[in-house]
Design a protein around this ligand. Structure first.
Ligand SMILES: [Zn+2]
Length: 318
């Protein structure tokens, strides 16, 4: 593998001390709910689903420090996997994504009700009733490599007005059904039910440790809150969407490493278009090739691990 994939990126964002936000008002650490006292949706902005993805922490601490309160409904601000976050070490900055188990692969009832006693699963159980209240959830993430930021959501009719309102980032990745080994938070419960009204989406804001990722997270969060009428219009207007037409992709497959010897065939970083039958990776003795019609590489893992998802393959929709 090339140096470009394994080199450590500059660390422009570092963890802030969140101890002053530990005690919230929900009986769950690092969760704060603000009730306007007026009718309206319950909107959640969620940071640190992955412990080393600091841009969401930047956005949520911005809302807390600015004292932003909802004009209608309720606003919940949550820091999810704080235990992983607190393990950050700048010498090994990719190791604090989770403690023992990916918090973002736990969101089916069997796992949540199951015997797993990892710190990550216990934290998921504590947050489960909070997320279950949501009419809308913004789950803020970042990427291993410095690729264009993207929205990720199910291709459900109920998602379209919100995605159109956010507009940017200008890469929109549609994820139909559960393709990962473990259900992501945005596909929990009512979020993935086309008949239910709650909506959820991920924003991937850029590279984990880039200052630009924090700024992008703040802007998307403000447009998200504006869509639901939670903040004054002039505040949202300070964070306009980028001009241009979104590029839309549909995830067709999520590859899971079957062996300890999964190797990418090229130094993929993300959003490379590869032609039909191109060798993408080898997994032990097996060759993994691009499907007929080719595909786009989405979020390749830096260090593929047996049993975990290692890259998504997508097709361009327009
Ligand atoms: Zn993430």
């Amino acid at each position: 593998m090339t140096d470009q994939r394994m080199a450590l990126p500059p660390i422009e964002l570092t963890p802030k001390d969140l101890s002053s936000w530990r005690t919230g008002n929900r009986g769950v650490d690092y969760v704060h709910t603000f009730d306007s006292g007026r009718p309206g949706p319950h909107v959640i902005v969620n940071a640190l689903t992955h412990g080393n993805e600091f841009c969401g922490m930047i956005a949520v601490t911005h809302l807390l420090e600015q004292g932003i309160r909802p004009l209608r409904g309720k606003l919940t601000l949550s820091f999810a996997n704080v235990e992983a976050y607190q393990r950050f070490d700048a010498a090994t900055p990719f190791d604090s994504r989770f403690v023992e188990r990916d918090f973002n692969r736990l969101w089916d009832a069997a796992t949540l009700d199951g015997p797993d006693q990892t710190a990550d699963a216990r934290r998921a159980r504590a947050l489960r009733p909070i997320y279950a209240e949501a009419d809308a959830l913004l789950d803020i993430h970042s990427t291993t490599y410095a690729v264009p930021p993207m929205l990720i959501h199910e291709p459900l009719d109920k998602m379209q007005p919100l995605a159109r309102h956010l507009h940017s980032p200008l890469h929109h990745v549609l994820l139909a059904g559960v393709k990962h080994p473990g259900r992501p938070l945005i596909q929990y419960g009512a979020f993935s039910d086309p008949q239910a009204t709650p909506v959820a989406l991920v924003v991937e804001c850029g590279q984990h440790f880039a200052a630009s990722s924090g700024a992008l997270a703040v802007g998307v969060t403000m447009r998200f809150l504006d869509f639901f009428g939670m903040i004054p219009r002039d505040l949202a207007a300070q964070h306009p969407a980028d001009p241009g037409m979104p590029k839309r992709y549909e995830v067709t497959d999520v590859l899971v490493a079957k062996t300890d010897c999964f190797r990418f065939a090229q130094p993929f970083l993300g959003f490379e278009d590869v032609a039909a039958d191109t060798l993408i990776a080898t997994d032990g003795d097996a060759e993994i090739r691009a499907p007929a019609g080719g595909c786009t590489i989405i979020m390749p893992a830096r260090q593929p691990t047996k049993g975990r998802d290692v890259v998504s393959l997508a097709r361009r929709l327009q």
